[in-house]
Design a protein. Structure first.
Length: 233
């Protein structure tokens, strides 16, 4: 599993380790920017009915389960086990029906898009003296920064103010709107507006023609990452 392999890599480097807690087996250590602190749990003694079905709890027949994503209390019929990567759980954990789709969407990001960002891709840069020179861009191991080769300054994800995808305007917009996302072949680059110290800057990443699919996929993954962070930064 991609998430587990990444955790094992970090553990081998001494950056993360697995620790058993009373809430389950969790990975602790170096924090990814995408990790979230687990919400406080509602005390058992304060809850007498399931928040979803409103059925009363019974010691043996209807036990209490805390949703790992929101901290609320539900019965066994109203929770399911899914990956809860943002809370650093090693194994699938109990979540309520409201949080289930969120956790599944986040798991898809960790399993696919985060892997793409860490692998990196080639781009031409708008601030380069040579417009044909290519640069390798990838996400740092702790997922906090965009690293750019050739001694180019890094870009902190927290410093990004706005991103704008540059697409092929001659392509059909109707398909993009109906599917909710454009084809990779229509993505030509991305403009990133960010702060560096007290200064606002803009950088354009232009897809490298010979590896355009990989470059476009990296930009789409970056957009997913920024959407994921937007609510919490």
């Amino acid at each position: 599993h991609n998430r587990y392999l990444e955790n094992f890599r970090l553990m081998a480097a001494g950056e993360r380790t697995v620790q058993y807690t009373k809430r389950g087996l969790k990975v602790v250590g170096t924090k990814s920017i995408f990790d979230l602190e687990e919400p406080p749990w509602i005390p058992d003694e304060k809850v007498h009915k399931c928040l979803d079905c409103n059925e009363e709890f019974k010691k043996l027949l209807k036990r209490k389960h805390h949703c790992r994503r929101c901290g609320q209390v539900y019965c066994g019929s109203c929770v399911t086990k899914v990956p809860v990567y943002r809370m650093s759980y090693v194994d699938p954990a109990f979540v309520c029906k409201k949080c289930e789709s969120t956790c599944i969407s986040e798991a898809d990001f960790y399993d696919h898009h985060l892997k793409v960002l860490c692998k990196g891709a080639k781009f031409c840069l708008s601030d380069s003296k040579d417009p044909e020179q290519t640069y390798d861009c990838c996400l740092s191991p702790d997922h906090h920064d965009i690293l750019i080769s050739e001694d180019h300054s890094l870009i902190s994800l927290k410093s990004i103010l706005k991103i704008r995808m540059i697409t092929d305007t001659s392509s059909s917009n109707q398909q993009t709107q109906s599917s909710g996302k454009g084809s990779l072949k229509n993505i030509n680059g991305m403009e990133i507006q960010y702060t560096s110290g007290k200064e606002e800057k803009a950088l354009m990443l232009i897809c490298y023609v010979q590896t355009k699919k990989q470059s476009a996929e990296w930009l789409r993954a970056l957009k997913k990452a920024m959407m994921l962070l937007k609510e919490y930064l």
